[in-house]
Write a protein that binds this ligand. Structure first.
Ligand SMILES: *Cc1c(COP(=O)(O)O)cnc(C)c1O
Length: 424
């Protein structure tokens, strides 16, 4: 039921998107209709397995969908009970991830949020304690306050001084060390890579990791998009290992960008992962025939990451970034990977102009953020370029006419609205 309501809403959104632009509507409508699982079986028409419903969707890379080869992988899974440690399909994925990340153990979890929260909880011992993190980080803003309820920790959110990612100097300045009983000592530093699509250099992770080790502080890396950071210009297993070498725990996501329907892994030492496994059970994350999920996740890693498809997403972002720059647009963050953060305000584009352009162009974009993924198509990229052209033209016309220059969408939006579109 829930699924059907979701599709109804999406279909309505699509209808709105295509009302003006028109072209492509029929084609999209068809694939959207066939996406739900209750579509009549036995038909040979195109289904969502062949053509991702996310083709024209630039809201997030988490919209990537499972493929036919993931479906095919289900044929040969082991149907053992994972809670009883009898699912070899899951064990095989966990050991693959552990070895890619250079850790002794890994654990499959249901979401990136579950992975981050269990990893942080497992690195900590007992309150009072605090976690130092980037003020924009997912674990701070978008995980329903899980750190407060699950870890009973205070967070120390730090604004990176370079505006892009945390550096050792930021961490040193804000870390709570020493024995003054007024404070909750820093026990974990939580990093995120990529953050806002920006790559945190290995060297910076190394500096922070080495310093933290010297202070007895653990380091977690939220690597929901670590795959993206390690796909420039080509997928690199070596780089995955380089990043994780300097931290105590890492989370990586199979659903975001890679297209698996569900799941993340966390990796760390044996003790930490054993702890997380028990905590996972406590929050209801023990999965019985987990092979159904982990077989798909395995295909996502081998075919999408190692198949070089994230580099495709980055290439789409680069095309769009060049177009935006050619139209005189600026960025609020550098475009290192698959994500663009447009300075709409700086280009004189307000919410009304931007939303109108998006509707006319026939794509889905939330706010000032454009996220490319490998299931976008060249024609989707063309439409997104068109959105930029339409918006810039409208802004220029308004400026020439001396019309009202309203505040930009970014500022007008309610915090919650921006937050959802920007973060996931
Ligand atoms: C998406 C995301 C997560 C986790 O998302 P889930 O929806 O819980 O899987 C964690 N960290 C970052 C940086 C993310 O972008």
């Amino acid at each position: 039921m829930k699924v059907n309501v979701y599709w109804m809403i999406l279909r309505t959104r699509f209808r709105a998107s295509y009302r003006i632009g028109g072209y492509g509507w029929k084609h999209r409508n068809m694939s959207m209709k066939q996406a739900p699982s209750n579509s009549p079986s036995g038909t040979t028409t195109t289904s969502a397995w062949d053509l991702s419903p996310a083709e024209f969707d630039f809201r997030s890379d988490t919209l990537t969908t499972p493929t036919r080869s993931m479906l095919a992988a289900l044929e040969s899974i082991n149907l053992g009970d994972e809670v009883y440690s009898e699912c070899t399909t899951t064990q095989s994925l966990e050991s693959r991830i552990a070895s890619l990340l250079g850790k002794s153990s890994a654990l499959f979890v249901l979401s990136g949020t579950m992975g981050n929260q269990l990893a942080l909880r497992s690195l900590l011992v007992q309150p009072p304690h605090s976690i130092l993190l980037d003020s924009r980080s997912h674990v701070q803003l978008y995980e329903a306050g899980g750190i407060a309820s699950l870890s009973q920790a205070v967070t120390v959110p730090v604004v990176p001084s370079n505006g892009k990612y945390l550096q050792l100097e930021d961490v040193q300045k804000h870390a709570i060390l020493g024995s003054d009983i007024h404070f909750a000592p820093t026990r974990v530093v939580s990093l995120e890579n990529t953050i806002g699509g920006v790559i945190m250099p290995v060297e910076e992770v190394r500096r922070i990791g080495e310093w933290a080790r010297g202070e007895g502080i653990k380091v977690h890396l939220d690597g929901a998009r670590l795959w993206n950071a390690c796909s420039v210009p080509e997928p690199s297993a070596e780089l995955l290992g380089e990043y994780s070498k300097h931290v105590d725990s890492v989370s990586v996501c199979f659903s975001k960008s890679l297209g698996a329907p569900v799941g993340s892994c966390i990796a760390g030492d044996e003790r930490m992962i054993a702890n997380a496994r028990r905590m996972r059970k406590a929050v209801g994350g023990g999965i019985r025939q987990a092979g159904v999920l982990t077989a798909m996740a395995r295909v996502a890693v081998e075919e999408v990451f190692f198949g070089g498809k994230l580099s495709q997403a980055n290439a789409f972002a680069k095309i769009l970034a060049e177009k935006w720059a050619a139209l005189g647009g600026g960025f609020t963050l550098p475009v290192d990977t698959n994500m663009l953060l447009l300075d709409l305000e700086g280009r004189g584009i307000d919410d009304e102009i931007w939303k109108g352009a998006i509707e006319e162009g026939g794509v889905i974009i939330w706010g000032d953020r454009i996220v490319c993924h490998y299931q976008n198509s060249p024609s989707a990229v063309e439409r997104a370029k068109k959105v930029m052209e339409i918006a810039c033209k409208a802004a220029d016309e308004r400026r020439r006419a001396g019309g009202p220059k309203k505040e930009c969408g970014r500022r007008e939006k309610k915090a919650g609205e921006r937050t959802y579109g920007q973060s996931n």
